[in-house]
Design a protein around this ligand. Structure first.
Ligand code: ADP
Ligand code: MG
Length: 487
C-alpha cells in the first residue's frame, strides 16, 4: 500500500467522453442515414418513373407510325421487299434517335414482324423468356405497358410496349428496349451518400471528442483537488478557469476548502493550547511525584503507587508532545544526516520497552549512508514506526531495521513479525486520531507521513494480518560525507 492511494483513484466507470461520442455518432448516423436513404429512394423512384414515361412514349410514337394494316403484308420470306426495308429503316432511325438498344414488332402469336437487330426473320417465334407476358396482357387489351428494370448481364435496361391497331383491333405490339443509364448515376449517388455519412461520422467523433475533453479536463482537475483536500492537504487553491457550471462547482469547492482550512487551523490552535496548558503542570507533577518516591522506603506499598503515577504521567507527557507536534507543525530543516546514528538513537530510546516485551532487535545499516533530512523530525518518525512495531509484538518477536542505497534515495525498512494489519486498518493508517489501541493517540503514523512528506520522501506499507509489517521509507540521499565517530 502506498500512502494516499484510495479505491476511487481508478477513475469513473463510464466516461462522459465515450457517452458523448457514442450519442453524437448515433444521432448523426441516424439523421444522415435516414435522410440519405429517403433522398436515395425518392431520386431512384422519380428517375425510374421518368424512364418509364419516356419508354412508353417512345413505344407509342413508334406504334402510331406503323399502321396495322400494312403489317399484314409482313409474311415470312418478304425480308427483301421494299416495304420491309422502308419499315426497318424507319425503326432503325427511331432507334438511333431515342438511343434505344432494340426495337421490335411482333404479332399476337409472338412471331417476329420487324426486328432492328436483324437477327429474327419474319414469322420466327421469339423465345418466350424475352417477353413480359403479364405486361403484354395489357397491351393486347389496347394499353401501353412497361417492364420492371432488369439486367442483361451487367447492363440494366427496361422494355416499353405499345399496341398496334388495325381499326379497333390490336394486331401487333411494338417493344422498345432502352438501357437504364440512370441506374449507374443512382449507384454513384448511393455511394456518395455512404461516403458522406462516413465522413460526417468521423467529423462527429472529432467534434464530440473535443467537446468531451473541454468538459472532462476541468472535472478531472476538480477531482484531483477534492482528493488533495481529502488527504488533508488544504493549502492548494482550487483553480477554476471556466465560468460555466463546472467553474461554479470549482468556486463552491474552493469556498469549502477555505472554510475547512480555517476550521482545521482553529482546531489545531485549540489542541495546541490545551496540550501546552497540560504539559506544564505535568512536568511539575512528575517532579514532585519523583521527590515523594525518593522519600519513601522500598518496603512502603505507597512507593509502588507513586511510581505508577509517574509512569502514567510520562505516558501523558508523550501524548501531549504528539498533540503539540501535530498542532504546531514545523517546516523541515534538512541537513546531511548519518542514518545509522538516527536509528541507533531511536533504538536506544525504545530499548527498555523492547526488553520488557522480549523482542530481539537487529540493525543492518551501512555507517556511511547519509540522508538529506531534518534529523529531529526523522528521528521522531523512526521512533513512532519502531514503537508501533514493538506494540504489535506483545508476546515478543523480531524487530529489524535495514537501510540500503538506492541511487538518489536511501530505502529504510522497519520490519516486525507482529500482529500485522487488516486492509481496513491500512486504509485509515495515516488518518490523524485513528488508533486501534486502548491508550493510543492515533497521531503516530499521521506525524510519520507528514515528516516523510516534509523531507521529500515517500512511505510504503507492506502488511499482512498475523504475519507482520514492513514500513518502507524512501529518503533523499545526500552525497556529502559526514564524519561520525560511532556510538
Ligand atoms: P497509535 O500507535 O497511537 O495507535 P498510529 O498512528 O501510530 O497510532 O497507528 C495507528 C494504528 O495503525 C495503530 O493503532 C495500529 O492498529 C496500526 N499499526 C501501526 N503500525 C503497526 C504495526 N507495525 N503493526 C501492526 N499495526 C500497526
Ligand atoms: Mg503509534
Amino acid at each position: 500500500m502506498t500512502k494516499g492511494k484510495s479505491a476511487s483513484s481508478e477513475g469513473p466507470r463510464a466516461r462522459i467522453g465515450h457517452k458523448l461520442i457514442l450519442s453524437f455518432v448515433l444521432l448523426v448516423m441516424v439523421v444522415v442515414g435516414l435522410s440519405g436513404w429517403v433522398l436515395f429512394e425518392l431520386t431512384d423512384r422519380s428517375l425510374e418513373r421518368q424512364m418509364r414515361d419516356h419508354l412508353v412514349s417512345v413505344a407509342t410514337l413508334v406504334s402510331t407510325s406503323l399502321s396495322g394494316n400494312v403489317l399484314r403484308y409482313m409474311r415470312p420470306g418478304r425480308e427483301h421487299s421494299d416495304l420491309y426495308r422502308r419499315l426497318m429503316g424507319k425503326l432503325q432511325r427511331a432507334e438511333q434517335g431515342v438511343g434505344a438498344r432494340h426495337i421490335f414488332v411482333f404479332d399476337r402469336q409472338y412471331r417476329s414482324l420487324l426486328d432492328t437487330d436483324g437477327l429474327m426473320p419474319i414469322g420466327r417465334e421469339y423465345p418466350k423468356r424475352i417477353f413480359h407476358r403479364r405486361e403484354l396482357e395489357r397491351v393486347w387489351k389496347g394499353y401501353t405497358a412497361h417492364s420492371v428494370l432488369f439486367y442483361d448481364g451487367d447492363v440494366p435496361y427496361m422494355t416499353g410496349y405499345a399496341p398496334i391497331f388495325d381499326g379497333d383491333e390490336v394486331v401487333a405490339a411494338v417493344g422498345v428496349e432502352i438501357g437504364a443509364g440512370f441506374v449507374d448515376s443512382i449507384r454513384v449517388f448511393g455511394r456518395s451518400v455512404l461516403i458522406f455519412a462516413g465522413l460526417s461520422a468521423l467529423l462527429t467523433v472529432g467534434v464530440a471528442w473535443g467537446l468531451a475533453r473541454t468538459l472532462t479536463r476541468p472535472i478531472q482537475k476538480l477531482v484531483e483537488a477534492a482528493r488533495e483536500i481529502g488527504r488533508g492537504n488544504m493549502d492548494q487553491e482550487v483553480a477554476t478557469a471556466s465560468d460555466d457550471e463546472i467553474g461554479y462547482l470549482g468556486e463552491a469547492m474552493e469556498e469549502m476548502r477555505r472554510k475547512l482550512a480555517a476550521r482545521d487551523a482553529q482546531l489545531r490552535l485549540m489542541l495546541g493550547g490545551v496540550a501546552h496548558e497540560i504539559r506544564n503542570p505535568l512536568g511539575s507533577i512528575e517532579l514532585y511525584a519523583g521527590l515523594i518516591a525518593g522519600d519513601l522506603p522500598a518496603s512502603d506499598e505507597r512507593k509502588q503507587h507513586i511510581e505508577k503515577v509517574i509512569e502514567e504521567v510520562r505516558r501523558l507527557n508523550g501524548v501531549t508532545s504528539e498533540f503539540l507536534e501535530f498542532a504546531r507543525p514545523a517546516p523541515a530543516q534538512p541537513q546531511p544526516t548519518v542514518l545509522a546514528r538516527l536509528v541507533a538513537d531511536a533504538a536506544f530510546l525504545l530499548a527498555p520497552e523492547m526488553q520488557a516485551a522480549g523482542i530481539s532487535y537487529e540493525e543492518h545499516i551501512a555507517p556511511d549512508l547519509v540522508c538529506y533530512i531534518d534529523a529531529e523530525q526523522m528521528e521522531r518518525a523512526l521512533v513512532n514506526l519502531m514503537k508501533n512495531a514493538v506494540q504489535a509484538m506483545r508476546d515478543g518477536g523480531h524487530l529489524t531495521v535495514r537501510a540500503a542505497d538506492d541511487g538518489a534515495e536511501v530505502v529504510v525498512e522497519v520490519a516486525d513479525d507482529g500482529s500485522g494489519m487488516s486492509e481496513a486498518v491500512q486504509a485509515r493508517l495515516f488518518e490523524p486520531f485513528f488508533t486501534t489501541k486502548e491508550q493510543g493517540s492515533g497521531l503516530g503514523m499521521a506525524l510519520v507521513a507528514r515528516a516523510v512528506e516534509e523531507n521529500r520522501g515517500r512511505i510504503e506499507i507492506d502488511s499482512r494480518q498475523g504475519e507482520g509489517t514492513v514500513c518502507r521509507l524512501r529518503l533523499p540521499q545526500s552525497k556529502d560525507r559526514v564524519p561520525w565517530a560511532g556510538f
